[in-house]
Design a protein around this ligand. Structure first.
Ligand SMILES: *Cc1c(COP(=O)(O)O)cnc(C)c1O
Length: 570
């Protein structure tokens, strides 16, 4: 194994993310944000980009989900051992928390590509002898605990991360904040860029914000309020002290409370949303800032099922490193594409049988819906009119669900309970499975194995959505509300189908639920089911278009080339 010091030879782009999903064995992610971070780093390795990623060790993971007899989600800790996957780096750094010196160490994970590219990922960890017990727990639970716990985690991530890179000898040419959780790194950079007061005459001008601005890139990931961390200033002072003068901090991060998004916006020269629509929405949320858009993607090799890997290798060689080549999907014979899909479907149904005991029917149109169970994603929309659903779907529709609710999100847990309640009440007219503990492994089996991928969030709250891209890569067409990436990927009846009205000029957060549900039923009944059952050739055409017109573009290789040319080299 090469010495880790080799990584410090050339200057790198540092990618900071509270969560990273690299594999199901390293459970330091909760959903789309983390998987995107993992896919980003994998494509960076494939493309041999000089990057280094920084995240938290999250020793107890997010949580392992079990669902009890009543359909209620319970959370169990996931104990995983960094030492099974990573090497501990020798250098420790200190951060100040409640006036204590807290030691932070870093575990090195190497993301290696078959191209020979490698990207190091640092997992920061405070579980070190010498730290007091409560400080040793800071890097345990991803998104766990209360607001002070979150603040401490963000100090470790932003300030500890920047210090760790420095202490290990990394030279950093840009700092990329994947969401606002890492914004405190800007304060560390500000302190470093501080000029002597004699040179500048006044205290304010000693803080060289322009210098920091030029070093930072910020990607905002959600218009949902809860996704933007805010801390009261008295909590900040009590826990962090005053890393920069309070007047300056308030200028940068908000008058009344410290807003991590504002801090990142004010100290980054390049800011972007994660789909064209989300860029626009973010501009209206944060007036006065220039906000660009780089649409998310998925890592092709990670998300193609084994059946499709074989197929693509045969007909579209080099597709994994040049996913644009998927435009040539028409070289694949229809029967072989269908066979690969049936393989993926059988593989999923076997898993459903093993984990839930439900025997699904391979000939029945199967709809998948799995993602974090946040209420805005409306996981229960398809059950709006049970009578209609059973009338049109009896023996002709099957549903597969999966997804975790945040431990404190009671309405989210109620949604899961509601869906689980439908399993018994609709059986055997409509077979429904809910797969416990949705994670990267479950997603890898679930996504390619359904016939249609459903997404019906309240617009404009789905910033991008990436699970639909994973579906498309495996020839599974999307059936989705026009929000996030689907506004860009959707061609009606060609790449998949839309649900509900087109995006509004001035998006409100009205949920249009009746309109959306009606449209969902209408299209299923009149377009989608007839095509699936009576015109297999047309159906396979849509499957191919999902690959050739969606997956060839909505991948992290294309996305990273854009980050390099539009954000990093500036
Ligand atoms: C891709 C993925 C997500 C993201 O799903 P969205 O529909 O984009 O919200 C969440 N969880 C897991 C395990 C995933 O693989």
């Amino acid at each position: 194994m090469t010495n880790w010091k080799n990584y410090t030879r050339e200057s790198r782009i540092a990618y900071f993310s509270m969560e990273i999903g690299l594999s199901a064995d390293i459970p330091t992610y909760s959903g789309g944000l983390g998987i995107l971070a993992g896919d980003t780093i994998k494509s960076a390795a494939d493309l041999k980009l000089p990057m280094v990623a920084v995240t938290l060790a999250s020793r107890k993971g997010y949580f392992r989900q079990v669902v009890d007899q009543e359909g209620w989600q319970k959370e169990l800790p996931v104990d995983w051992k960094p030492e099974s996957f990573m090497e501990l780096l020798p250098t420790k750094v200190l951060v100040t928390i409640e006036e204590r010196d807290v030691k932070v160490q870093a575990w090195l994970y190497r993301v290696k590509s078959p191209t020979g590219g490698e990207v190091p990922v640092l997992f920061l960890d405070t579980d070190i002898p010498g730290n007091v017990e409560q400080d040793r727990r800071i890097t345990d639970h991803l998104y766990g605990g209360d607001l002070t716990y979150r603040l401490k985690q963000e100090i470790v991530l932003g300030i500890g991360g920047a210090r760790a890179l420095d202490a290990l000898g990394f030279s950093i040419r840009k700092y990329h904040m994947n969401e606002g959780h890492a914004s405190f790194l800007t304060l560390e950079l500000l302190s470093r860029a501080r000029r002597p007061i004699e040179e500048t005459w006044d205290e304010r001008a000693a803080w060289d914000t322009q210098h920091v601005l030029g070093q930072c890139v910020f990607t905002t990931h959600t218009p949902v309020e809860a996704g933007h961390d805010r801390f009261p200033y008295d909590m900040i002072q009590q826990i962090m002290g005053e890393p920069v003068p309070l007047t300056l901090l308030k200028e940068l991060a908000g008058k009344n409370e410290l807003n991590m998004t504002m801090l990142a916006l004010n100290l980054s020269r390049y800011v972007n949303g994660v789909a064209k629509r989300h860029g626009e929405v973010s501009k209206s949320l944060f007036p006065g800032f220039e906000i660009h858009a780089i649409t998310n993607g998925v890592h092709p090799f990670t998300w193609a099922s084994p059946y499709f890997v074989t197929l693509f290798d045969k007909y579209i060689p080099s597709w994994a490193h040049e996913p644009e080549l998927l435009v040539r999907v028409d070289n694949i014979p229809d029967e072989e594409l269908w066979e690969a899909h049936c393989g993926a479907k059988a593989y999923l149904f076997q898993y459903i049988q093993e984990t839930t005991g439900t025997e699904m029917d391979p000939d029945v149109l199967t709809i998948g819906f799995a993602r974090r169970f946040a209420t805005y994603k409306r996981g229960d929309l398809i059950f709006s009119d049970i009578e209609r659903l059973t009338r049109m779907g009896e023996g002709k529709l099957q549903l597969v669900f999966g997804g975790k609710a945040h431990p404190k999100d009671i309405p989210g847990k109620q949604l899961i309970q509601k869906i689980i309640g439908q399993i018994k009440s609709l059986y055997p007219k409509i077979k429904i499975a809910y797969l416990e503990n949705y994670n990267m492994d479950v997603a890898y089996r679930l996504l390619p194995g359904v016939d249609l991928w459903l997404n019906n969030p309240i617009r404009p709250l789905e910033a991008s959505g990436t699970s639909g891209m994973k579906a498309a890569l495996n020839g599974v067409p999307n059936f989705s509300v026009l929000d996030g990436w689907w506004i860009e990927g959707h061609i009606e009846g060609v790449t998949g189908w839309s649900i509900g009205p087109p995006p509004e000029k001035n998006p409100s957060q009205e949920n249009h639920s009746d309109e959306d549900a009606n449209d969902l039923y209408d299209k299923l009944e009149n377009l989608i089911m007839p095509m699936f059952y009576h015109d297999r050739e047309a159906w396979i055409r849509v499957m191919k278009n999902a690959i050739g017109k969606n997956a060839y573009y909505f991948n992290t290789h294309v996305m990273m080339r854009r980050y390099v040319t539009e954000a990093y080299i500036r």
